[in-house]
Design a protein around this ligand. Structure first.
Ligand code: COA
Length: 445
């Protein structure tokens, strides 16, 4: 569709001429098509679910999206009988697509989140159609991307066929927006927006609390934060009360941010690029958060090639990123999206933000994780990554690593020093063995 709106006609007439039922909208999909789709709480769940009506006649359709989370949207991924009909390509193995990726019934595409729009715009993923979920239009005929700006604009601009569900319950957020004339087919929906509860840490919360305390101690007043996905970043938010004038320049935020605003901790006044704004590309939380974000001038929702663009984010002073990991080796290589050969999630914005903090004036990054996994059975700090695991953040990019036993800065440290520092924050049950291995492998003398 056109990258520019057509303002020469009355948008209400344009709207009426594009209106379709779900069934007739899906009738535009042909065998062999490549479809790009929105994701997370803004995924076009009604359109994806309605694909079921085409199960009998579609062949060789490919659907690309990022983090798939809505259960009813993924029958074509998780139910039998879809082989050869519709295949899923995931840029972040989310909760609804992870198993299929791991079992080889769906594919995984490695990519930094900031680059996803470019994959569509440069036709590296050459889509013929796209599905997006938007808010209902404002008085001028513009829809908001609601809780998911992400790469939706790039889908719309690169796709010859744009099918949009306009959900009456999608909040209208300020920032990027799209005109009715840029949509080909409009389906009116009215369903609840997927609510995403904050992650609960595995088992004993004292581990997550101890990590959050260490991380919180590093964060200066006036810092601008990016918080990643997972139990630890969620817990860190709870330990920030009492700080002054924090800001958020991130890819996503959740309900934890509301508490910080209510307590006066988060004012965003030190965001030198977008003063007073909470800047994000997607939101994942409860209805309370979505209602708060609706027409809230404090919220600025922009495409991911803005929020996660190193050239933009690095301009934000005192940018501090907090993300999590499954494993770190003595070199400081971080595995966050694979567990051995298993694709567990995706790179997301971890590397975009780690690199941006490295360039931001006063910025730094933290990778925070429990010292162990599997109920304490394995150390997350290891001499080498498990075979099959991929490096998410490289040893050249990494700054702080935090566990419940402390927080160490690897930046500027030699491999020998890194080994000593990492063993010092490993679980005490593993320290002796890790030290022995370090000597055997030549990391330590
Ligand atoms: N060996 C074996 N299993 C491991 C492991 C290891 N080293 N580390 C973690 N696991 C297992 C856990 O035991 C847990 O298993 P369970 O679900 O059966 O209990 C599972 O993997 C998840 O681990 P956990 O650390 O609890 O996950 P989390 O919800 O806190 O998320 C990441 C952590 C790293 C997976 C998550 O932050 C992520 O996906 N990061 C990559 C993307 C990113 O950082 N993006 C940033 C912005 S979105």
């Amino acid at each position: 569709m056109s990258a520019q709106p057509d303002l020469s006609q009355d948008w209400k007439q344009q709207y009426q001429s594009r209106l379709a039922t779900l069934e007739s909208a899906l009738g535009h999909i042909r065998s062999g098509m490549v479809i790009g789709s929105g994701h997370f709480a803004g995924e076009p769940s009604a359109l994806l679910a309605a694909l079921g009506s085409r199960k009998a006649d579609l062949q060789d359709v490919k659907i690309y999206n990022m983090n798939g989370v809505t259960p009813q949207a993924y029958a074509y991924v998780n139910e039998p009988g879809w082989e050869g009909k519709v295949r899923h390509y995931s840029i972040f193995a989310g909760s609804q697509t992870r198993k299929a990726v791991q079992d080889g019934r769906a594919d995984y595409v490695p990519c930094f989140f900031s680059e996803v729009p470019r994959l569509f715009r440069d036709r590296l993923i050459p889509i013929n159609a796209c599905f997006v979920q938007l808010s209902r239009p404002d008085a001028d005929g513009y829809c908001s991307f609601g809780v998911s700006c992400d790469y939706a604009q790039s889908l719309i601009e690169s796709s010859p066929l744009v099918i949009a569900e306009l959900n009456a319950q999608m909040p209208f957020t300020y920032g990027d927006k799209i005109h009715i004339s840029q949509l080909d087919v409009i389906v009116e929906t009215d369903h609840s927006v997927l609510e995403v509860k904050q992650s609960e840490p595995d088992g004993d919360t004292s581990v997550a609390e101890a990590i959050a305390r260490h991380v919180s101690a590093l964060i200066p007043d006036g810092a601008n934060l990016q918080l990643g996905i997972g139990a630890i970043p969620d817990m860190v938010l709870k330990f920030l009360k009492g700080k002054k004038d924090l800001g958020i320049h991130t890819e996503m935020f959740s309900d934890g941010v509301l508490d910080l605003i209510e307590s006066g901790t988060l004012t965003a006044k030190n965001n030198n690029v977008n003063p007073g704004k909470i800047v994000a590309t997607f939101i994942g939380g409860t209805r309370k958060l979505y209602d708060w974000a609706h027409k809230n001038p404090m919220v600025l929702m922009r495409s991911v090639d803005y929020t996660n663009n190193v050239l933009v984010a690095s301009q934000v002073n005192n940018l501090v990123s907090i993300n999590s990991a499954v494993q770190v080796n003595y070199q400081g290589e971080v595995a966050a999206d694979t567990i051995g050969f298993k694709q567990f999630s995706g790179v997301g914005g971890q590397v975009d933000f780690v690199r941006s903090t490295g360039l931001s004036k006063g910025g730094f990054s933290v990778i925070a994780m429990p010292s162990t996994a599997k109920g304490g059975a394995v150390s997350r700090i290891q001499p080498t990554l498990t075979p099959g695991a991929c490096v998410t953040t490289s040893r050249n990019d990494v700054h702080y690593i935090a566990t419940e036993y402390g927080c160490v800065n690897l930046r500027g440290k030699s491999v020998r020093e890194r080994t000593e520092l990492l063993i010092s924050i490993a679980h005490p049950n593993f320290r002796e063995g890790l030290h022995k291995q370090a000597v055997e492998l030549g990391f330590l003398k």
